[in-house]
Design a protein around this ligand. Structure first.
Ligand code: C2E
Ligand code: MG
Ligand code: MG
Length: 646
């Protein structure tokens, strides 16, 4: 029944009730006080009832009709529905688990719900009248907010992920929907933002991603993540023209531990191995567990195979220390397969396959060792790593020797100086050339120690010769490129001079041209400082680098040594002859001495003398030899070529 009818019925019934009461009362009065009128009164009462009933029906229809005509029925119905809706909305607003924030057109917050308070930690009165910007986390750029407002203006709605700040200061992710609210005239009145806290979802997403990419036992990256990182590293290495190395490590006889001591202890050992391996590497090296007892290492910057081999050796040595697991003390060895980028493979999957093949080789070769994918390289790398290892022992066991090679004045043939050259008296291999071990010593950092030792020996020997009455103008000592770049060189030279008491004027330091030109500004500063000590400076192997003449002029250098590569072709090779002539002329023009090395024949010495070279050194004068074997005296006289032959 419609509201208008319900209201009409209510009014008609009320009228009827009142009429009946009235009729009842009037009947009672008339029957008790006016008996002679009783019949008339009864008749009147009956007609009164009929009238009242008729009027009530009229009232019912009239009122219902009237309300319908006036539209009040709809209005009342709407009002009723609105009230219902409001009641429902209020319940939703308050009970929903999503935070709700209503702001007016000025952006001031006018309503928040209970969930808002729970999520943000703010009380209602702390936020009402404020701008929602008070929750900003600083996580998003201005462009992000601009895009949000643009979407609100254009579509009246925006939804997306946004990071806000709770009252506690914690930043958390929300999934938020903002809607613009307009009135009946289309005027913007409010904005309503509904959001949910999705930090729990994010956390579990993270957890899932972590689980998908990590090994649950050791928490190391698994094969999936490792391959992914390897692909990225290779892409970057390709751009920067860097070499990478992939090492696959397999524990030797791990199955025996599992079978004999149980899987529990096996797992503990794997965890301990992972921890120890993790402690060995710094940034730029990724360690992963590929499965079982198989680990992988990716070295993102590994320019030389010897470095990869050294890394493998370091891993093998590092695992040698026993593992203490509760009461148990376990020893485990590892075999390693190495594959190099770009020489062995260009993709991560291929590198992994090659490293696996190399690992198989290492296992077949007796385990507890490493193998490179390319066999020849394995032998080469192993030798170099061995040398590095043995060199350390050589220093401690004093297996190094200093040999001296005479330097003669070409004009007078007089022996005027010596160059100190290091040798390694290897217990099994005999005398080892510096060309074999100096580059390794440079890479391992041992060169500083070696050079300091040679310098010390040479200065001490020079003092001895002087004491014996041998007249020499200088003893030349080679300084490695690595050491030359370091600031402690000055300190080191000063210390040696102080310890040995040699007059600095008798000490000559030879620095290669490339060492000087690598970083000319640093070299210039270093040379000036060294000159302050009173020593002499020579540029070794001149002609092999890319000297800038302007820079060369500024260097406080007393001597240029023509590289033996140019001397070898003299006098026949026209290019060598031309270069030698140019170097001599250049040195003379800059007031430097010229010294040619590698003179093996009289004609070479003659050519150099003819063109004004000052000093000569080479097998023709004498080979490098121990101090006590040096022969003091003049070399055979070099006769100048007659003028007309030149
Ligand atoms: P370098 O300083 O240019 O030394 C000259 C090299 O030429 C020496 O080789 C010497 O034995 C060799 N040589 C001399 N005369 C002749 C010749 O007539 N024919 C030929 N074919 N070779 C000749 P060595 O002693 O093998 O040294 C090689 C390089 O090792 C040296 O070249 C030097 O750069 C480096 N070196 C040697 N001793 C030391 C040292 O104590 N410290 C450092 N940092 N480097 C050293
Ligand atoms: Mg030299
Ligand atoms: Mg040289």
């Amino acid at each position: 029944m419609s509201v208008s009818y319900r209201n009409g019925l209510r009014a008609a019934l009320l009228y009827l009730l009142l009429s009946l009461i009235w009729l009842q009362l009037s009947g009672y009065l008339s029957s008790s006080f006016f008996d002679n009128f009783a019949d008339q009164a009864r008749w009147q009462r009956i007609s009164g009832y009929a009238w009242a009933l008729f009027s009530a029906v009229l009232i019912f229809f009239a009122r219902a009709r009237l309300l319908r005509v006036m539209g009040a029925d709809r209005w009342l119905r709407h009002q009723h529905k609105d009230r219902e809706r409001l009641r429902q909305a209020a319940a939703v607003f308050d009970c929903t688990r999503e935070g709700v924030l209503v702001s007016d057109t000025q952006g001031q917050i006018v309503h928040v719900n209970r969930a808002f308070i729970e999520i943000t930690g703010y009380q209602r009165e702390e936020v009402l009248g404020h701008q929602p910007s008070m929750f900003k986390s600083g996580h998003h750029s201005a462009d992000f907010y601009k895009a949000m407002f643009d979407a609100l203006q254009q579509c009246g709605e925006w939804s997306g992920e946004i990071w806000n700040r709770r009252k506690s200061g914690e930043i958390y992710p929300q999934w938020q929907t903002i809607r613009a609210i307009h009135d009946d005239q289309g005027e913007l009145t409010h904005y309503v933002a509904v959001f949910s806290d999705i930090s729990a979802i994010k956390d579990s997403e993270h957890e899932l991603a972590h689980l998908a990419h990590h090994d649950p036992l050791t928490d190391l990256p698994n094969r999936l993540l490792f391959t992914d990182r390897a692909e990225q590293a290779l892409a970057s290495a390709q751009i920067h023209k860097r070499g990478c190395a992939l090492l696959m490590i397999d524990l030797d006889h791990f199955k025996m531990i599992n079978d004999s001591l149980g899987h529990n202890l096996g797992d503990q050992l794997l965890k301990a191995v992972a921890e120890r391996l993790g402690g060995m590497f710094g940034p730029g090296i990724t360690l992963a567990r590929l499965g079982g007892d198989e680990f992988a290492v990716l070295a993102e910057s590994c320019p030389q195979l010897v470095q990869a081999a050294a890394l493998a050796q370091r891993i093998i040595d590092g695992l040698k220390e026993p593992f203490e697991l509760g009461e148990q003390r376990l020893l485990i060895n590892a075999s390693i397969g190495i594959s190099l980028f770009p020489s062995d493979a260009l993709s991560a999957s291929q590198l992994l396959r090659n490293a696996d093949a190399a690992l198989f080789k290492a296992k077949s070769a007796g385990r507890n060792g490493y193998a490179l994918y390319t066999e020849e390289l394995t032998a080469h790398a192993q030798r170099r790593v061995e040398i590095a290892f043995e060199l350390r022992r050589a220093l401690e066991q004093q297996e190094l020797r200093v040999y001296y090679q005479p330097v003669h004045d070409l004009q007078s043939s007089r022996l005027i100086g010596v160059e100190a050259l290091v040798r390694w008296q290897h217990p099994q291999r005999g005398l080892v050339s510096p060309a074999e071990f100096i580059p390794i010593a440079e890479r391992t950092g041992m060169i500083a120690e070696i050079d300091a030792w040679v310098m010390q020996q040479a200065c001490r020997q020079m003092c001895q010769w002087q004491a014996d009455g041998v007249e020499l103008s200088f003893v030349a000592v080679n300084v490695s490129t690595r050491l030359f770049a370091r600031s402690e060189l000055y300190q080191q030279v000063a210390q040696v001079l102080h310890d040995t008491g040699l007059d600095p004027a008798y000490l000559e330091l030879e620095v290669t041209e490339s060492a000087v030109m690598d970083d000319p500004e640093v070299a210039l500063e270093q040379m000036h400082r060294l000159r302050e000590l009173g020593i002499r400076l020579a540029i070794d192997d001149f002609g092999t680098g890319y000297s800038s003449l302007l820079r060369l002029k500024r260097l406080p250098v007393q001597k240029l040594k023509i590289d033996q590569g140019f001397v070898a072709g003299l006098p026949g090779d026209e290019d060598d002859a031309a270069i030698s002539r140019v170097i001599i002329a250049l040195a003379q023009s800059m007031g430097m001495q010229v010294h040619a090395e590698g003179i093996e024949q009289a004609e070479q010495a003659r050519f150099l003398l003819d063109h004004g070279c000052d000093l000569g050194q080479g097998y023709w004068f004498g080979r490098p030899m121990p101090a006590e074997q040096l022969v003091w005296g003049n070399a055979p006289a070099i006769t100048k070529t007659p003028e007309d032959c030149c």
